[in-house]
Ligand binder design. Structure first.
Ligand SMILES: *Cc1c(COP(=O)(O)O)cnc(C)c1O
Length: 237
């Protein structure tokens, strides 16, 4: 098992480097997140032993059980939450994660602020934006994203640090549609960065196992790769 993780990581990193080169991006400008949802702690540790420190999880309960013992052993391990988040799960999410990438509504930001204030923690967030017809998650409109950032600018969320944007491309074999979704996010991020220059929002989290090379060509700074590192997920567990 861990032998596969080792060679898969090596393989993906090579592909990331090639895509960076091909698109004129600086080497090392794209970070790799290993999405470990539905995979056991042993697999996370196998990846850590290969120098992979950034992980992503979808479900708060799973992350909350899996990661604290890992942080004991590997204090440099870093976890982002990437799945749609119910407000009643925020309390535990902000305890285990350094960043919540799936912020898709203002009411969720209210709850994140409330829970972070309680534990005196400042958390990074990415605003997830809906960019493709078939995907469901994310802020529905640029106006809503702008409203959320304006609230940050007004000082409503002192424990929240907006760091950029995230999207999921539509699940389709149509590469042009996938690319269009990434372009949409990049263009939105350029407009928001110009409008809210007081925030440092460099991150464009886009690209998964099937489409990360296209995402890099379109400006991704963070690719979220699960299956291509850890293998197929067993959802029946
Ligand atoms: C599961 C998941 C991924 C990883 O998907 P793979 O296709 O397994 O690489 C990336 N981003 C999000 C938001 C996910 O839920």
């Amino acid at each position: 098992m861990s032998a596969d993780i080792k060679s898969n990581l090596k393989n993906i990193k090579e592909k990331i480097r090639e895509a960076e080169k091909r698109s004129g991006r600086a080497e090392g400008s794209v970070k790799l997140m290993a999405v470990s949802k539905f995979h056991p702690a042993e697999d996370v540790i196998a990846a850590l032993n290969e120098g992979q420190f950034l992980f992503g999880e979808n479900r708060v309960q799973e992350a909350f059980e899996k990661f604290p013992p890992i942080f004991q052993l590997y204090p440099d391990a870093d976890l982002h939450m990437i799945g749609s988040l119910q407000s009643n799960k925020v309390k535990n999410a902000v305890k285990v994660a350094s960043c919540i990438e799936s912020v898709d509504r203002i009411s969720l930001m209210d709850e994140i602020e409330k829970q972070c204030e309680k534990i005196n923690k400042t958390i990074s967030i990415l605003m997830e934006v809906h960019t493709g017809e078939e995907s469901k998650s994310g802020f529905e409109s640029e106006a809503e994203v702008e409203k959320a950032l304006q609230l940050c600018a007004d000082g409503k969320y002192p424990h929240i640090k907006p760091c950029g944007f995230m999207t999921m491309a539509p699940f389709t074999d149509d590469k042009a549609l996938v690319r269009k979704s990434f372009v949409t996010l990049r263009e939105l991020s350029e407009r928001m960065k110009a409008k809210f220059s007081q925030f440092d929002m460099p991150e464009l989290s886009m690209g998964m196992s099937g489409d990360f090379e296209i995402a890099i060509e379109e400006g991704s700074t963070l690719v979220r790769v699960g299956t291509a590192i850890f293998g197929e997920r067993n959802y029946s567990k």
